[in-house]
Design a protein around this ligand. Structure first.
Ligand code: PGA
Length: 250
């Protein structure tokens, strides 16, 4: 399966950030033959339409969230249909920052992922434990419960990506050991197969949380890690390109 490295700009990026996206797109154009992964940027909603012009064929782009309804009286929200209409390929749902800041539950995330599928988008569904849950030995239970609760019936290997992001590793510079990542990803793979059958085997499972050029190669080499969801290190084209090197043939 072809891995994917997705950048999540979060609430960062004014018009000037388009220059970084252009640098990245130009780089990918000239390295298209030896970049053995898909590449995606998820900018803030305000930049989605501009991204459509910059990104073209070498790079995909996605939104960071969507509402579960197609349209209507939901001030401040953006629907999956609107994201699709802006030219995007995907949408992140259930990021821990949304679960935390906006009280999003698994069932809300599930509805958002289903809406993404209905709109023809890939849903990147985020799951991951807090440090308290990890310390209590609950990591595998938590991620299994989030996976079950957040995965809609419409999920297939083609329209869904799971991102395992330990909450305590996001933006902190801390990462789990590669052995720990292997254990969690193996258990997500097994549960995905139970829930989705064969599609669970070819579903892409991303690791996210403080991925940077210095650790990308070892994290991406872990079994059942099929790419990365990158926050801080996706903001500068140079850092992001350094991460892509994990998938570059010499
Ligand atoms: P980080 O964020 O790479 O800055 O840790 C990852 C994420 O939240 O997707």
């Amino acid at each position: 399966m072809r891995p994917i490295v997705a950048g999540n700009w979060k609430m960062n990026g004014l018009k000037s950030a388009i220059a970084e996206a252009k640098t990245l797109a130009d780089h990918l154009k000239s390295h298209a033959d030896n970049t053995h992964c898909d590449v995606m940027i998820c900018p803030p909603a305000t930049l989605l339409m501009v991204m459509a012009e910059v990104m073209k064929e070498h790079i995909q782009f996605g939104a960071q969230d969507c509402h579960w309804q197609q349209n209507g009286a939901h001030t401040g929200d953006v629907s999956a249909e609107m994201v699709k209409d802006a030219g995007a390929h995907a949408v992140i749902v259930g990021h821990s920052e949304r679960r935390e800041d906006h009280g999003e539950t698994d069932s809300i995330v599930q509805k958002k992922a289903a809406a993404a599928h209905d709109a023809g988008l890939t849903a990147i569904i985020c799951i991951g434990e807090t440090s308290g849950q990890r310390d209590a030995g609950l990591t595998l239970n938590v991620v299994a419960r989030q996976l079950e609760g957040s995965l809609p019936k419409t999920a297939t290997a083609a329209n869904t990506i799971i991102a395992y992001e330990p909450v305590w590793a996001i933006g902190t510079g801390k990462t789990p050991t590669t052995d720990d990542v292997a254990v969690v990803h193996e258990s997500i793979r097994q549960r995905a197969q139970e829930l989705m059958g064969e599609d669970g085997q070819s579903l892409r499972l991303l690791y996210g949380g403080s991925v940077k050029p210095a650790n990308a190669e070892e994290l991406m080499a872990v079994p059942n890690v099929n790419g990365a969801l990158v926050g801080g290190a996706s903001l500068k084209a140079e850092d992001f390109i350094g991460i892509l090197a994990a998938y570059r043939a010499e």
